[in-house]
Design a protein around this ligand. Structure first.
Ligand code: NOJ
Length: 563
């Protein structure tokens, strides 16, 4: 085995081992009965999260926002969206999370603001070249009268990444860059005021006690000098670009993180930041995790891998090797609010020619088998939680929620839907409000308003949503909820889990088998049933073990003899 960490789990920073639970605030719990989740809803469910056994919470953007991209279009970084509550409630939540012995991260969105942000409104009313325009990416257009966009960049959500504005005289004028929706103008990170503002934002929330930040589009803030055209057949700003793009992963972002790290380190406790950096290969991720930069970066290679042992093993090895170069742990992740839920993904990915089911919603759903998908998602979860490093769990993952495919078209809210000319249904299917109770009242217990029906929550819930509810799963020993609870409890008690080393064991091509210590092993079986290793004692299994056999699509944690 490679070297074990020198410090014990208690001594090393919490974020090297933590299991962090992502709360998509709009869909978690609705305390004021308006069909949208809120801060007080989260407060009411802290006992649930404590019992689940996670170490930290990450709250998706809760700032005032027109909600074009559900909070990733921020109008004011120093306040709380009125639909979600107020600052006093947010402060109370931070305190209560700590009282429960958990950490709390907030989402920071530095690449772009909402077009309703006071700075952008000021920029629109100011002249080209003014101080206000300099805070964003305004440029003159090309062509005789500036009628063509400044370059060929296409937005992530579809369509051109540039929007032309009308100047004060009513005439068409400059263009501004928006790598996402038109309502999400990109900041100019070469501008000192922008940098200073975000330092103030960090301090504002650190002063209120947050333990860190999830950094949105962490690889996007700096653009290549001169904003050159993308020289590739498709200039689209895909999040995981197949090759270099002049707007992703530029060297200059690292100066920002070095400065942010200094701020984080100036506070007591192990304050940290996790990057949402869709960059590849893992050696590029490692650059964000150098000792004077960020703590974690989501492992999107893991999330993007199909349910296939050889690909997974290679990816795991490459990640661990690249990150160990900079002394960083990996942060495994299988789900978030942007991707097809793992229950569906691990099954749909099998369909030939439709491999990319992560960000694009392809896949032949007629062949989707929810039983098999659920088995794989459960097996994937135990694999993830046994790997060295930390993990991020997305709300509803612990309930094995599938992707909701029955949202009526007129209820879809993701900007992708309209911007893709209604060819991509977007991400709403993984964002449907959580079912807490089995009966439909109060949108399956999501809302405190009992009269609210499942179709009246901000996104409608499917008819059968109650079968996935916390209430239905709570007393069922075989439920996915109880699988997560037990896995997290074992993980907490097992010093070798979390950060540390991995030793692969000999196994067939359809099995991943590894040890995390002399007596703890994890077997993941992708093929026909296999016998448990001799004298193994099962600690936890994602599917029932019958007659000493590990079934297909199952993961087993076991105690093995140290000889
Ligand atoms: C990544 C976020 O996770 C996603 O939800 C959002 O749409 C984009 N960044 C733009 O902020």
């Amino acid at each position: 085995m490679s070297a074990l960490p020198l410090l014990s789990r208690k001594e090393r920073p919490w974020w090297r081992d933590a299991v962090t639970y992502q709360i998509y605030i709009r869909s978690f719990a609705d305390a004021n009965g308006d069909g949208k989740g809120d801060v007080n809803g989260i407060r009411s469910r802290l006992p649930y999260l404590k019992e689940l056994g996670v170490d930290a919470l990450w709250i998706t953007p809760w700032y005032p926002s027109p909600q074009i991209d559900h909070g990733y279009d921020v109008a004011d970084y120093l306040n709380i969206e009125p639909d979600y509550g107020n600052l006093a409630q947010a402060e109370a939540l931070i305190k209560e999370v700590h009282e429960f012995g958990m950490k709390i991260l907030v989402d920071i969105v530095p690449n772009h603001s909402s077009d309703k942000h006071a700075w952008f409104q000021e920029a629109l009313q100011s002249a080209p070249g003014s101080i206000a325009r300099e805070r964003y990416m305004f440029r003159d257009g090309k062509g005789k009268d500036g009628e063509l966009p400044p370059n060929n960049w296409q937005a992530v959500f579809g369509g051109p990444a540039w929007e032309r504005i009308r100047e004060a005289d009513g005439k068409l004028g400059q263009w501004y860059l928006h790598l996402f929706a038109v309502e999400q103008p990109d900041f100019n990170w070469e501008n000192a005021e922008v940098r200073e503002h975000f330092e103030e934002v960090l301090r504002f929330w650190l002063d209120r006690g947050v333990d860190g930040f999830r950094i949105d589009v962490a690889h996007g803030m700096i653009k290549a000098p001169g904003l050159p055209d993308v020289v590739a057949p498709d200039p689209k700003a895909e999040m995981l670009a197949p090759e270099n793009r002049p707007f992703w992963d530029q060297d200059g972002v690292h100066d920002i993180y070095r400065q942010w790290r200094r701020i984080l380190d100036s506070y007591q406790g192990d304050r940290m930041a996790v990057a949402e950096a869709w960059v590849s290969p893992a050696s590029r991720i490692a650059r964000y995790l150098r000792p004077d930069e960020l703590a974690n970066s989501f492992n999107f290679d893991f999330l993007s891998s199909p349910w296939e042992p050889i690909t997974l093993k290679k990816m795991i090895d490459r990640s661990i090797a690249a990150l160990s170069e900079v002394g960083a742990p990996s942060s495994w992740v299988l789900n978030n609010h942007d991707v097809v839920r793992s229950v569906d993904r691990f099954d749909l990915a099998l369909i030939p020619g439709k491999a990319n089911t992560t960000l694009e919603r392809h896949g032949d759903v007629t062949k989707f088998d929810i039983v098999r998908g659920t088995q794989r998602a459960r097996a994937g979860a135990l694999l993830m939680l046994a790997l060295p490093g930390g993990a991020y769990v997305y709300q509803g993952e612990e309930l094995a929620l599938p992707e909701a495919r029955d949202i009526p078209e007129d209820r879809l809210t993701d900007p992708r839907w309209a911007l893709s000319q209604q060819t991509d249904r977007g991400r709403d299917g993984c964002r449907v409000p959580l079912p807490w109770r089995s009966s439909p009242a109060g949108a399956f217990g999501f809302s405190s308003e009992n009269n609210l029906t499942p179709s009246q929550s901000w996104l409608p819930q499917s008819d059968g949503w109650g079968t996935f509810s916390v209430e239905s799963q709570d007393s069922d020993p075989d439920s996915t909820l109880n699988l997560y609870r037990r896995a997290l409890a074992i993980r907490r008690g097992e010093e070798a889990l979390g950060d540390g080393s991995i030793e692969w064991l000999d196994a067939s091509n359809s099995v991943l088998a590894f040890k995390r210590s002399e007596d703890f092993a994890c077997y993941v079986n992708f093929g026909a049933p296999i016998a448990l290793p001799k004298s193994a004692q099962v600690l936890l299994a994602s599917s029932p073990i019958n007659g000493g056999m590990i079934p297909t699509d199952a993961t087993v944690w076991m105690r093995i003899s140290s000889k």
